[in-house]
Design a protein around this ligand. Sequence first.
Ligand code: ATR
Length: 272
Amino acid sequence: MQTKPRYAVFGHPIAHSRSPEIHLAFALQEQVHISYDKILLPIEGFSQGVAAEIQAGLQGANVTVPFKLDACEFADELSVRAQLAGAVNTLVVRDDGSVYGDNSDGLGLMNDIEKQYGVSLQDLSVLVVGAGGAVRGILQPLLERNPKAVSVANRTVSKAQELAHILDIEALSLQDASLRQFDIIINGTSSGLSDQAPDLALAAFEQCQLAYDMVYGAKPTAFMDLARQGGAKQAADGLGMLVGQAAVSYQWWRGFQPQTESVLQSLRASLC
Ligand code: ATR
């Protein structure tokens, strides 16, 4: 009997992950049987755990918090994207057993912004709020879309300056960003996890076509509420990014490009 191709997501914690249902829905579209497990690894046991799964036949994996940096070190080769992000969220096991590390987070976000929200990033001004790991993961794919300008603003401005220096973009304090206008504002801070929004003035959203929060939940996030109050035309959460990054990973593993819309709809319905 032929065994099913095996994939997994590694994290700690991992019980909350929606990745299995997303990837199994993609496999249905491709009309193949795969397995996709959630695997909880001990904080200090990433390399050992992943190596054992690869030995047992794993063909690819997603990697989530807190292992994205460990995955960078584990991979035999890294994409430029992953090197710039300093983080790997996708491992591809090649036929020769070597492991390629890449990062689909930024591409997933860009695809969601363009396909779901109909916004072409080219020639628009973009403010990215935050300067942690989540933001590092998206900046290179964002710059590849050729926006007119990209600025990064952070509560601790020195961290925004460090990132901006690497990528040759503008760094701002939240106060300075509040005095400016942007076509797109992306919230890449973790403020939403504590039901807060970064301290931006309402006026910053007046000309905003799309305010995008990279986190998601059953209800609109505090950042989305702030953006709507400030006059943003559209406000989005990061559920589409979650499905989008999964679709890119799936394509890297299997060469099949899944449709995201129906998967996103059923995931959204299950959150309510
Ligand atoms: P992640 O991997 O989710 O990016 P991180 O690397 O710890 O997590 O970074 C968290 C980011 O969210 C930082 O930019 C942080 O700002 P500081 O550098 O000033 O700490 C930002 N952040 C978290 N809570 C915030 C809040 N309530 N308001 C504004 N920014 C916040």
